[in-house]
Design a protein around this ligand. Sequence first.
Ligand SMILES: O=C(O)c1cc(=O)[nH]c(=O)n1[C@@H]1O[C@H](COP(=O)(O)O)[C@@H](O)[C@H]1O
Length: 248
Amino acid sequence: MEKRKPIIALDFNKASEVHAFLTSFGDEKLNIKIGMELFYSSGPDIVIDLIDSNHDIFLDLKLHDIPNTVQKAMKVLAQLGVGMVNVHAQGGRKMMEAAREGLEQGTPPGQTRPRLIAVTQLTSLSEEAFKKEQKSFLSLEESILDYAKLANTAGLDGVVCSPLEAKIIHEEISEKFLTVTPGIRLETKITDDQTRIATPKQAALGGSDYIVVGRPITKAENPFETYQKIQNDWEKTLKEGVQSNDNQ
Ligand SMILES: O=C(O)c1cc(=O)[nH]c(=O)n1[C@@H]1O[C@H](COP(=O)(O)O)[C@@H](O)[C@H]1O
C-alpha cells in the first residue's frame, strides 16, 4: 500500500454505488478502505472485486472479541489478499497476539501477511467524553500512547490514531511503527462526527504514515478532483517535510 496515496474510505452500502463512484477515477490504482457498512452489505465479493481491479485494500472490521474468535476470524480474512486489517487495542494484548497468529496461519504460501494495526481511541472521541465515560486516570493522549505501546508489544505493525498523536507515537515507540490516521478534513471547521481532526498538510507535518479520508471525498461535488487535491497537498508536504528534516 503506497504511502503517498490517501486511503479512501468507501463507506457505501451497495457494491453498485461503489462502482458508480469509482467510474470518475478511471484506471487510477487506489488505496481503498472497506469498512463495516460495505462489508456487511456486500461481503467478501466486493473485496475480491476491488483487488481484481488492482486496488490495495485496508479491510477495516475493527475486530474486538475473545482471542480464539479473533484468531479464527483473522485466519479467514488473511485468505482474501488484503493489505491491511485492524482490531481494537482495547481487546488486550492476548487478543492482539491471537489476531497476528491467525493472520500468519491464514496467509497463503508465497503471499505477504496483511499488515495488522490496532485502533487506539476512536478519532470521534473527545477528551471530555473520554474522561466522563472511560473513568481513566490517564489523559486521552496518554491512553492512546499506552494502547500503541501495548499493540507494539503484541507484535502489531502499527495503530489507528488521529493525526494529532502520530508524532508522539513515533517518538516514543519507533519511526517504523505505522500511524494510520482518519479524522482528515480539508477545512477544520467541518468536523461531522470527528473530534480529533487535521488537514492533509497538518497530518503530513505531524508524521502520519497514512491518511484515511472518507466523506471529504465521497460527498464532494467532484470526488476525483478533491482526491487529487488531497493527494497533492499530502505528497507535496511529505516531500518538503523530508527535505527540511534532511537540512537540519
Ligand atoms: O479504523 C478506522 O478506519 C477508523 C478509526 C477511527 O478512530 N476513526 C475513524 O474515523 N475510522 C474510520 O475512518 C473513516 C473516516 O471517514 P470520514 O470521517 O468520512 O473521513 C471511517 O470509515 C471510519 O470508520
